[in-house]
Design a protein around this ligand. Structure first.
Ligand SMILES: C[S@@+](CC[C@H](N)C(=O)[O-])C[C@H]1O[C@@H](n2cnc3c(N)ncnc32)[C@H](O)[C@@H]1O
Length: 465
Protein backbone atom coordinates (compact mmCIF):
# COMPACT_ATOMS: atom_id res chain seq x y z
CA UNK A 1 0.00 0.00 0.00
CA UNK A 2 1.34 3.40 -0.89
CA UNK A 3 1.26 5.94 1.83
CA UNK A 4 -0.38 9.34 1.15
CA UNK A 5 2.23 12.06 0.57
CA UNK A 6 3.14 13.91 3.71
CA UNK A 7 1.90 17.48 4.01
CA UNK A 8 4.77 19.91 3.55
CA UNK A 9 6.12 21.12 6.87
CA UNK A 10 5.20 24.62 7.90
CA UNK A 11 8.31 26.82 7.98
CA UNK A 12 9.27 27.57 11.57
CA UNK A 13 8.69 30.91 13.21
CA UNK A 14 5.48 32.85 12.72
CA UNK A 15 2.04 31.98 11.36
CA UNK A 16 1.65 30.26 7.99
CA UNK A 17 1.08 32.76 5.16
CA UNK A 18 -2.09 31.96 3.22
CA UNK A 19 -1.44 30.95 -0.40
CA UNK A 20 -3.15 33.45 -2.70
CA UNK A 21 -4.62 32.14 -5.93
CA UNK A 22 -3.79 34.26 -8.98
CA UNK A 23 -6.44 35.02 -11.56
CA UNK A 24 -7.44 32.21 -13.92
CA UNK A 25 -6.25 32.60 -17.56
CA UNK A 26 -9.46 34.22 -18.88
CA UNK A 27 -9.71 36.85 -16.11
CA UNK A 28 -5.93 37.39 -16.26
CA UNK A 29 -6.13 38.11 -19.99
CA UNK A 30 -9.00 40.55 -19.44
CA UNK A 31 -7.16 42.26 -16.60
CA UNK A 32 -3.95 42.60 -18.65
CA UNK A 33 -5.84 44.18 -21.54
CA UNK A 34 -7.68 46.56 -19.18
CA UNK A 35 -4.33 47.63 -17.72
CA UNK A 36 -2.88 48.25 -21.20
CA UNK A 37 -5.97 50.25 -22.21
CA UNK A 38 -5.71 52.41 -19.07
CA UNK A 39 -1.95 52.76 -19.00
CA UNK A 40 -0.90 53.16 -22.59
CA UNK A 41 -4.05 53.71 -24.63
CA UNK A 42 -3.96 50.20 -26.15
CA UNK A 43 -6.82 49.10 -28.40
CA UNK A 44 -8.67 46.23 -26.75
CA UNK A 45 -9.90 44.76 -30.03
CA UNK A 46 -6.35 44.55 -31.38
CA UNK A 47 -4.61 43.44 -28.20
CA UNK A 48 -6.98 40.77 -26.89
CA UNK A 49 -7.03 38.41 -29.92
CA UNK A 50 -3.22 38.52 -30.09
CA UNK A 51 -2.90 37.85 -26.38
CA UNK A 52 -5.36 34.92 -26.49
CA UNK A 53 -3.42 33.38 -29.36
CA UNK A 54 -0.07 33.90 -27.62
CA UNK A 55 -1.30 32.27 -24.38
CA UNK A 56 -3.16 29.45 -26.12
CA UNK A 57 -6.49 30.48 -24.58
CA UNK A 58 -9.33 28.98 -26.63
CA UNK A 59 -12.95 27.87 -26.49
CA UNK A 60 -15.01 28.86 -23.48
CA UNK A 61 -12.09 30.56 -21.75
CA UNK A 62 -11.50 32.73 -24.82
CA UNK A 63 -15.20 33.59 -25.01
CA UNK A 64 -15.24 34.50 -21.29
CA UNK A 65 -12.10 36.64 -21.62
CA UNK A 66 -13.64 38.44 -24.61
CA UNK A 67 -16.91 39.11 -22.82
CA UNK A 68 -15.10 40.42 -19.73
CA UNK A 69 -12.66 42.60 -21.66
CA UNK A 70 -14.98 44.18 -24.18
CA UNK A 71 -17.88 44.45 -21.75
CA UNK A 72 -15.81 46.13 -19.06
CA UNK A 73 -14.29 48.56 -21.59
CA UNK A 74 -17.70 49.47 -22.99
CA UNK A 75 -19.38 50.28 -19.69
CA UNK A 76 -16.35 51.70 -17.91
CA UNK A 77 -17.88 55.09 -17.10
CA UNK A 78 -21.00 53.51 -15.62
CA UNK A 79 -18.91 51.10 -13.53
CA UNK A 80 -16.75 53.96 -12.30
CA UNK A 81 -19.74 55.90 -11.04
CA UNK A 82 -21.05 52.84 -9.20
CA UNK A 83 -17.57 52.03 -7.81
CA UNK A 84 -17.23 55.65 -6.67
CA UNK A 85 -20.58 55.49 -4.88
CA UNK A 86 -19.79 52.15 -3.24
CA UNK A 87 -16.28 53.24 -2.22
CA UNK A 88 -17.51 56.68 -1.14
CA UNK A 89 -14.63 58.30 -2.94
CA UNK A 90 -13.95 59.53 -6.44
CA UNK A 91 -12.63 56.84 -8.83
CA UNK A 92 -9.69 59.16 -9.63
CA UNK A 93 -8.64 58.85 -5.99
CA UNK A 94 -8.37 55.05 -6.28
CA UNK A 95 -5.06 53.44 -7.29
CA UNK A 96 -5.38 52.77 -11.07
CA UNK A 97 -4.47 49.07 -10.76
CA UNK A 98 -7.03 48.59 -8.01
CA UNK A 99 -9.56 50.52 -10.06
CA UNK A 100 -9.10 48.16 -13.03
CA UNK A 101 -9.55 45.20 -10.70
CA UNK A 102 -12.70 46.79 -9.29
CA UNK A 103 -14.00 47.37 -12.82
CA UNK A 104 -13.39 43.74 -13.70
CA UNK A 105 -15.09 42.52 -10.53
CA UNK A 106 -18.05 44.88 -10.72
CA UNK A 107 -18.66 44.08 -14.39
CA UNK A 108 -18.98 40.41 -13.46
CA UNK A 109 -21.36 41.26 -10.63
CA UNK A 110 -23.60 43.60 -12.60
CA UNK A 111 -23.53 42.36 -16.16
CA UNK A 112 -22.76 38.63 -16.18
CA UNK A 113 -24.14 35.45 -14.67
CA UNK A 114 -20.85 34.72 -12.94
CA UNK A 115 -21.46 33.55 -9.38
CA UNK A 116 -21.10 36.61 -7.12
CA UNK A 117 -18.84 34.79 -4.67
CA UNK A 118 -16.44 33.84 -7.49
CA UNK A 119 -16.50 37.39 -8.91
CA UNK A 120 -15.59 38.87 -5.52
CA UNK A 121 -13.10 36.27 -4.28
CA UNK A 122 -11.03 36.09 -7.50
CA UNK A 123 -10.71 39.87 -7.54
CA UNK A 124 -9.87 40.14 -3.85
CA UNK A 125 -7.19 37.43 -4.13
CA UNK A 126 -5.56 39.26 -7.01
CA UNK A 127 -5.63 42.54 -5.07
CA UNK A 128 -3.81 40.76 -2.24
CA UNK A 129 -1.16 39.49 -4.67
CA UNK A 130 -0.70 42.88 -6.35
CA UNK A 131 -0.82 44.84 -3.06
CA UNK A 132 -1.49 43.78 0.50
CA UNK A 133 -4.27 42.54 2.73
CA UNK A 134 -5.41 46.07 3.60
CA UNK A 135 -6.13 46.90 -0.01
CA UNK A 136 -7.58 43.44 -0.62
CA UNK A 137 -9.95 44.31 2.23
CA UNK A 138 -10.87 47.56 0.51
CA UNK A 139 -11.66 45.71 -2.75
CA UNK A 140 -13.67 43.16 -0.79
CA UNK A 141 -15.72 45.90 0.88
CA UNK A 142 -16.45 47.78 -2.34
CA UNK A 143 -17.43 44.68 -4.29
CA UNK A 144 -19.63 43.40 -1.49
CA UNK A 145 -21.44 46.72 -1.40
CA UNK A 146 -21.92 46.61 -5.18
CA UNK A 147 -23.11 42.99 -5.09
CA UNK A 148 -25.88 43.92 -2.66
CA UNK A 149 -27.89 45.46 -5.50
CA UNK A 150 -28.45 44.88 -9.19
CA UNK A 151 -27.63 47.29 -12.01
CA UNK A 152 -31.17 48.68 -12.23
CA UNK A 153 -31.13 49.56 -8.56
CA UNK A 154 -27.77 51.35 -8.88
CA UNK A 155 -28.81 53.27 -11.99
CA UNK A 156 -32.13 54.25 -10.38
CA UNK A 157 -30.14 55.90 -7.62
CA UNK A 158 -27.28 57.39 -9.64
CA UNK A 159 -28.65 58.30 -13.10
CA UNK A 160 -29.72 61.89 -13.84
CA UNK A 161 -33.47 62.38 -13.56
CA UNK A 162 -35.19 61.17 -16.76
CA UNK A 163 -37.71 64.02 -16.84
CA UNK A 164 -35.26 66.82 -16.13
CA UNK A 165 -32.40 65.46 -18.27
CA UNK A 166 -33.62 62.75 -20.69
CA UNK A 167 -30.37 62.69 -22.67
CA UNK A 168 -28.20 62.46 -19.55
CA UNK A 169 -30.46 59.69 -18.26
CA UNK A 170 -30.29 57.68 -21.51
CA UNK A 171 -26.52 58.21 -21.68
CA UNK A 172 -26.08 56.92 -18.11
CA UNK A 173 -28.34 53.91 -18.47
CA UNK A 174 -26.67 52.83 -21.71
CA UNK A 175 -23.17 53.60 -20.43
CA UNK A 176 -22.25 56.34 -22.91
CA UNK A 177 -20.61 59.69 -22.18
CA UNK A 178 -23.26 62.38 -22.20
CA UNK A 179 -21.68 64.39 -25.04
CA UNK A 180 -21.85 61.37 -27.34
CA UNK A 181 -25.51 60.73 -26.52
CA UNK A 182 -26.14 64.43 -27.19
CA UNK A 183 -24.36 64.16 -30.57
CA UNK A 184 -26.54 61.16 -31.51
CA UNK A 185 -29.70 62.99 -30.43
CA UNK A 186 -28.69 66.04 -32.49
CA UNK A 187 -28.06 63.87 -35.55
CA UNK A 188 -31.37 62.02 -35.10
CA UNK A 189 -33.11 65.42 -35.03
CA UNK A 190 -36.86 64.89 -35.24
CA UNK A 191 -36.30 61.19 -34.58
CA UNK A 192 -34.53 61.85 -31.27
CA UNK A 193 -37.05 59.45 -29.71
CA UNK A 194 -34.84 56.72 -31.16
CA UNK A 195 -31.96 57.71 -28.87
CA UNK A 196 -32.54 54.78 -26.51
CA UNK A 197 -32.59 52.38 -29.45
CA UNK A 198 -29.38 53.71 -30.96
CA UNK A 199 -27.53 53.67 -27.64
CA UNK A 200 -28.73 50.13 -26.95
CA UNK A 201 -27.66 48.97 -30.43
CA UNK A 202 -24.31 50.60 -29.82
CA UNK A 203 -23.82 48.34 -26.81
CA UNK A 204 -24.35 45.13 -28.70
CA UNK A 205 -21.48 43.18 -30.15
CA UNK A 206 -21.73 43.79 -33.89
CA UNK A 207 -22.15 40.98 -36.36
CA UNK A 208 -19.19 40.42 -38.65
CA UNK A 209 -19.95 41.47 -42.22
CA UNK A 210 -18.03 40.23 -45.24
CA UNK A 211 -17.96 41.72 -48.72
CA UNK A 212 -17.72 39.30 -51.64
CA UNK A 213 -15.33 40.74 -54.18
CA UNK A 214 -17.37 41.66 -57.28
CA UNK A 215 -16.25 39.71 -60.33
CA UNK A 216 -14.73 36.97 -58.17
CA UNK A 217 -17.54 35.64 -56.01
CA UNK A 218 -21.23 36.41 -55.55
CA UNK A 219 -22.73 37.02 -52.12
CA UNK A 220 -24.75 33.80 -52.53
CA UNK A 221 -21.62 31.81 -53.25
CA UNK A 222 -19.79 33.42 -50.33
CA UNK A 223 -22.69 32.78 -47.95
CA UNK A 224 -22.75 29.11 -48.96
CA UNK A 225 -18.96 28.83 -48.58
CA UNK A 226 -18.82 30.31 -45.06
CA UNK A 227 -22.22 29.30 -43.67
CA UNK A 228 -23.40 32.92 -43.52
CA UNK A 229 -26.49 34.74 -44.71
CA UNK A 230 -26.75 37.21 -47.57
CA UNK A 231 -26.92 40.86 -46.44
CA UNK A 232 -30.00 43.04 -46.42
CA UNK A 233 -28.76 46.01 -48.45
CA UNK A 234 -25.38 45.63 -50.11
CA UNK A 235 -25.33 43.17 -53.03
CA UNK A 236 -21.91 41.98 -51.81
CA UNK A 237 -22.68 41.58 -48.11
CA UNK A 238 -22.71 38.36 -46.12
CA UNK A 239 -23.38 38.21 -42.38
CA UNK A 240 -21.32 35.73 -40.42
CA UNK A 241 -22.90 33.82 -37.53
CA UNK A 242 -19.63 33.91 -35.53
CA UNK A 243 -16.09 32.63 -35.51
CA UNK A 244 -12.84 34.16 -36.67
CA UNK A 245 -13.29 35.56 -40.19
CA UNK A 246 -9.51 35.64 -40.71
CA UNK A 247 -9.54 31.82 -40.85
CA UNK A 248 -12.06 31.63 -43.70
CA UNK A 249 -10.70 30.44 -47.01
CA UNK A 250 -12.38 33.14 -49.20
CA UNK A 251 -10.96 35.84 -46.89
CA UNK A 252 -7.47 34.30 -46.95
CA UNK A 253 -7.65 34.00 -50.74
CA UNK A 254 -8.66 37.67 -51.14
CA UNK A 255 -12.07 36.78 -52.61
CA UNK A 256 -13.83 38.36 -49.62
CA UNK A 257 -13.06 41.15 -47.20
CA UNK A 258 -14.20 41.85 -43.65
CA UNK A 259 -16.16 45.08 -44.14
CA UNK A 260 -19.20 46.62 -42.47
CA UNK A 261 -22.19 46.65 -44.82
CA UNK A 262 -22.47 50.44 -44.45
CA UNK A 263 -18.93 50.86 -45.78
CA UNK A 264 -19.78 48.63 -48.72
CA UNK A 265 -22.77 50.82 -49.52
CA UNK A 266 -20.64 53.97 -49.37
CA UNK A 267 -18.04 52.61 -51.80
CA UNK A 268 -20.77 51.41 -54.15
CA UNK A 269 -22.57 54.77 -53.97
CA UNK A 270 -19.56 56.52 -55.52
CA UNK A 271 -19.75 54.20 -58.53
CA UNK A 272 -23.51 54.82 -58.92
CA UNK A 273 -23.30 58.64 -58.85
CA UNK A 274 -24.48 60.32 -62.06
CA UNK A 275 -21.32 61.36 -63.98
CA UNK A 276 -21.62 62.03 -67.71
CA UNK A 277 -18.79 60.75 -69.91
CA UNK A 278 -16.89 59.09 -67.08
CA UNK A 279 -13.30 58.80 -68.30
CA UNK A 280 -12.41 56.27 -65.63
CA UNK A 281 -10.22 58.43 -63.35
CA UNK A 282 -11.30 57.54 -59.84
CA UNK A 283 -9.65 58.73 -56.64
CA UNK A 284 -9.82 57.55 -53.03
CA UNK A 285 -8.31 60.40 -51.02
CA UNK A 286 -8.20 58.84 -47.51
CA UNK A 287 -7.74 55.22 -48.38
CA UNK A 288 -6.11 53.37 -45.48
CA UNK A 289 -6.46 50.50 -44.75
CA UNK A 290 -8.09 50.10 -48.15
CA UNK A 291 -11.42 48.37 -47.53
CA UNK A 292 -13.37 50.77 -49.71
CA UNK A 293 -10.52 51.07 -52.24
CA UNK A 294 -10.66 47.30 -52.74
CA UNK A 295 -14.39 47.35 -53.43
CA UNK A 296 -14.11 50.41 -55.69
CA UNK A 297 -11.28 48.84 -57.67
CA UNK A 298 -13.16 45.55 -58.05
CA UNK A 299 -16.17 47.49 -59.35
CA UNK A 300 -13.91 49.55 -61.62
CA UNK A 301 -12.92 46.40 -63.52
CA UNK A 302 -16.33 46.33 -65.27
CA UNK A 303 -15.73 49.75 -66.88
CA UNK A 304 -11.95 49.72 -67.07
CA UNK A 305 -11.64 52.65 -64.64
CA UNK A 306 -8.40 53.10 -62.71
CA UNK A 307 -8.27 53.90 -59.01
CA UNK A 308 -5.65 56.05 -57.34
CA UNK A 309 -5.51 55.68 -53.56
CA UNK A 310 -3.96 58.37 -51.35
CA UNK A 311 -3.10 57.69 -47.72
CA UNK A 312 -0.99 59.80 -45.41
CA UNK A 313 0.22 57.15 -42.94
CA UNK A 314 2.88 54.91 -44.53
CA UNK A 315 1.85 51.79 -42.57
CA UNK A 316 -1.76 52.26 -43.64
CA UNK A 317 -0.71 52.92 -47.25
CA UNK A 318 1.05 49.53 -47.13
CA UNK A 319 -2.23 47.97 -45.98
CA UNK A 320 -4.02 49.55 -48.95
CA UNK A 321 -1.51 47.90 -51.28
CA UNK A 322 -2.01 44.57 -49.50
CA UNK A 323 -5.81 44.78 -49.53
CA UNK A 324 -5.94 45.63 -53.23
CA UNK A 325 -3.46 43.01 -54.44
CA UNK A 326 -4.32 41.91 -57.99
CA UNK A 327 -6.46 44.99 -58.67
CA UNK A 328 -5.62 48.04 -60.78
CA UNK A 329 -4.81 50.47 -57.95
CA UNK A 330 -2.00 52.97 -57.68
CA UNK A 331 -1.19 53.75 -54.04
CA UNK A 332 0.32 57.11 -53.15
CA UNK A 333 1.62 57.91 -49.66
CA UNK A 334 0.83 61.61 -49.32
CA UNK A 335 -1.22 64.21 -47.50
CA UNK A 336 -4.54 64.33 -49.34
CA UNK A 337 -4.61 68.12 -48.89
CA UNK A 338 -1.45 68.42 -50.94
CA UNK A 339 -1.12 65.25 -53.00
CA UNK A 340 0.50 66.80 -56.07
CA UNK A 341 -1.92 64.83 -58.28
CA UNK A 342 -3.14 66.52 -61.46
CA UNK A 343 -6.85 67.47 -61.31
CA UNK A 344 -9.58 66.06 -63.56
CA UNK A 345 -10.92 63.06 -61.62
CA UNK A 346 -14.42 61.83 -62.44
CA UNK A 347 -15.23 60.31 -59.05
CA UNK A 348 -13.55 61.07 -55.74
CA UNK A 349 -14.18 59.43 -52.39
CA UNK A 350 -13.31 61.35 -49.21
CA UNK A 351 -13.76 58.80 -46.42
CA UNK A 352 -12.48 61.32 -43.94
CA UNK A 353 -10.59 60.70 -40.70
CA UNK A 354 -13.22 61.27 -38.00
CA UNK A 355 -14.11 60.66 -34.36
CA UNK A 356 -15.51 57.23 -35.28
CA UNK A 357 -18.55 57.83 -33.08
CA UNK A 358 -20.55 55.77 -35.57
CA UNK A 359 -18.39 52.69 -35.08
CA UNK A 360 -18.15 52.59 -31.28
CA UNK A 361 -19.56 49.04 -31.31
CA UNK A 362 -16.33 47.85 -32.86
CA UNK A 363 -13.95 49.71 -30.54
CA UNK A 364 -14.94 48.90 -26.98
CA UNK A 365 -12.94 51.58 -25.18
CA UNK A 366 -13.30 54.36 -27.77
CA UNK A 367 -16.35 56.04 -26.25
CA UNK A 368 -14.43 56.88 -23.07
CA UNK A 369 -11.25 57.92 -24.88
CA UNK A 370 -12.71 60.32 -27.41
CA UNK A 371 -13.14 63.89 -26.16
CA UNK A 372 -15.41 66.70 -27.38
CA UNK A 373 -12.24 68.71 -28.18
CA UNK A 374 -11.38 66.13 -30.89
CA UNK A 375 -14.37 67.26 -32.95
CA UNK A 376 -13.33 70.78 -34.06
CA UNK A 377 -9.80 69.59 -34.80
CA UNK A 378 -11.07 66.80 -37.03
CA UNK A 379 -13.75 68.99 -38.64
CA UNK A 380 -11.03 71.39 -39.77
CA UNK A 381 -9.06 68.54 -41.37
CA UNK A 382 -12.28 67.23 -42.95
CA UNK A 383 -13.08 70.64 -44.48
CA UNK A 384 -9.56 70.87 -45.90
CA UNK A 385 -9.63 67.35 -47.35
CA UNK A 386 -13.05 67.96 -48.91
CA UNK A 387 -11.81 71.24 -50.42
CA UNK A 388 -8.81 69.40 -51.90
CA UNK A 389 -11.08 66.68 -53.30
CA UNK A 390 -13.31 69.25 -54.97
CA UNK A 391 -10.28 70.95 -56.53
CA UNK A 392 -9.15 67.58 -57.94
CA UNK A 393 -12.54 66.81 -59.53
CA UNK A 394 -13.46 67.86 -63.06
CA UNK A 395 -16.65 69.84 -63.76
CA UNK A 396 -19.53 67.35 -63.83
CA UNK A 397 -17.58 64.95 -61.61
CA UNK A 398 -18.80 63.82 -58.19
CA UNK A 399 -17.20 63.88 -54.75
CA UNK A 400 -18.64 61.51 -52.18
CA UNK A 401 -17.89 62.77 -48.68
CA UNK A 402 -18.26 60.11 -45.97
CA UNK A 403 -17.57 59.66 -42.26
CA UNK A 404 -18.14 56.85 -39.79
CA UNK A 405 -19.48 59.45 -37.40
CA UNK A 406 -22.96 60.98 -37.24
CA UNK A 407 -21.72 64.07 -35.35
CA UNK A 408 -23.26 67.06 -37.14
CA UNK A 409 -20.04 69.07 -37.02
CA UNK A 410 -18.32 66.29 -38.97
CA UNK A 411 -21.20 65.62 -41.37
CA UNK A 412 -23.62 68.33 -42.49
CA UNK A 413 -21.40 71.04 -40.97
CA UNK A 414 -18.49 70.12 -43.24
CA UNK A 415 -20.75 69.76 -46.28
CA UNK A 416 -22.45 73.12 -45.63
CA UNK A 417 -19.03 74.75 -45.49
CA UNK A 418 -18.12 73.22 -48.87
CA UNK A 419 -21.41 74.36 -50.42
CA UNK A 420 -20.71 77.91 -49.24
CA UNK A 421 -17.11 78.09 -50.39
CA UNK A 422 -16.77 75.89 -53.47
CA UNK A 423 -18.50 75.43 -56.83
CA UNK A 424 -20.51 72.36 -55.85
CA UNK A 425 -24.16 71.39 -55.57
CA UNK A 426 -25.60 68.77 -53.28
CA UNK A 427 -27.08 65.71 -55.01
CA UNK A 428 -29.81 63.59 -53.49
CA UNK A 429 -27.55 60.89 -52.11
CA UNK A 430 -30.39 58.49 -51.25
CA UNK A 431 -30.83 56.99 -54.76
CA UNK A 432 -27.16 55.97 -54.61
CA UNK A 433 -28.17 53.76 -51.65
CA UNK A 434 -31.18 52.46 -53.60
CA UNK A 435 -31.60 49.18 -51.81
CA UNK A 436 -31.60 50.82 -48.37
CA UNK A 437 -34.76 51.78 -46.46
CA UNK A 438 -35.38 54.36 -43.71
CA UNK A 439 -33.19 57.06 -45.24
CA UNK A 440 -35.34 60.00 -44.14
CA UNK A 441 -35.81 63.25 -46.04
CA UNK A 442 -32.34 63.51 -47.59
CA UNK A 443 -30.54 64.87 -49.39
CA UNK A 444 -27.77 63.14 -47.45
CA UNK A 445 -27.64 59.62 -46.09
CA UNK A 446 -27.20 58.74 -42.43
CA UNK A 447 -27.10 55.03 -41.64
CA UNK A 448 -27.74 53.82 -38.08
CA UNK A 449 -26.94 50.59 -36.22
CA UNK A 450 -30.45 50.35 -34.74
CA UNK A 451 -32.13 50.88 -38.12
CA UNK A 452 -29.78 49.26 -40.61
CA UNK A 453 -27.52 47.04 -38.49
CA UNK A 454 -24.54 48.93 -39.94
CA UNK A 455 -22.10 51.41 -38.48
CA UNK A 456 -23.52 54.96 -38.37
CA UNK A 457 -21.99 56.02 -41.69
CA UNK A 458 -22.78 59.40 -43.21
CA UNK A 459 -22.52 60.13 -46.95
CA UNK A 460 -23.07 63.22 -49.08
CA UNK A 461 -22.66 63.33 -52.87
CA UNK A 462 -21.55 66.69 -54.27
CA UNK A 463 -21.46 67.51 -57.98
CA UNK A 464 -18.70 69.86 -59.07
CA UNK A 465 -19.94 72.73 -61.24
C1 LIG B 1 -11.79 56.64 -42.08
S1 LIG B 1 -10.21 56.16 -42.51
C2 LIG B 1 -10.45 55.54 -44.15
C3 LIG B 1 -10.97 54.14 -44.18
C4 LIG B 1 -10.86 53.53 -45.58
N1 LIG B 1 -11.55 54.33 -46.57
C5 LIG B 1 -11.38 52.12 -45.65
O1 LIG B 1 -12.54 51.90 -46.00
O2 LIG B 1 -10.60 51.20 -45.33
C6 LIG B 1 -9.38 57.67 -42.80
C7 LIG B 1 -7.96 57.51 -43.29
O3 LIG B 1 -7.46 58.81 -43.62
C8 LIG B 1 -6.09 58.87 -43.31
N2 LIG B 1 -5.70 60.29 -43.25
C9 LIG B 1 -5.68 61.12 -42.20
N3 LIG B 1 -5.27 62.35 -42.55
C10 LIG B 1 -5.03 62.27 -43.88
C11 LIG B 1 -4.57 63.21 -44.83
N4 LIG B 1 -4.29 64.48 -44.48
N5 LIG B 1 -4.41 62.81 -46.10
C12 LIG B 1 -4.68 61.53 -46.46
N6 LIG B 1 -5.10 60.59 -45.60
C13 LIG B 1 -5.29 60.97 -44.32
C14 LIG B 1 -5.99 58.12 -42.00
O4 LIG B 1 -4.67 57.67 -41.78
C15 LIG B 1 -6.98 56.97 -42.25
O5 LIG B 1 -6.31 55.86 -42.77
Amino acid sequence: MTRPPRRPQRPQGGPRKRERKPLDPARRAAFDVLRAVSERDAYANLMLPALLRERGITGRDAAFATELTYGTCRVRGLLDTIIGAAAQRSPEAINPVLLDLLRLGSYQLLRTRVDAHAAVSTTVEQAAIEFDSARAGFVNGVLRTISGRDEQSWTAELAPDAAADPIGHAAFVHAHPRWIAQAFADALGAEAGELDAVLAADDERPQVHLAARPGTLTADELAAAVGGTVGRYSPYAVYLPGGDPGRLEPVQAGAALVQDEGSQLVARALTLAPVDDDTGRWLDLCAGPGGKTALLAALAVATGAQVIAVEQAPARAALVAENTRGLDVQVLTADGRDSGLPPGFDRVLVDAPCTGLGALRRRPEARWRRQPADVPMLAKLQRELLAAAIALTRPGGVVLYATCSPHLAETVGVVADALRRHPVTALDTRPLFASTDQLGDGPYVQLWPHRHGTDAMFAAALQVG
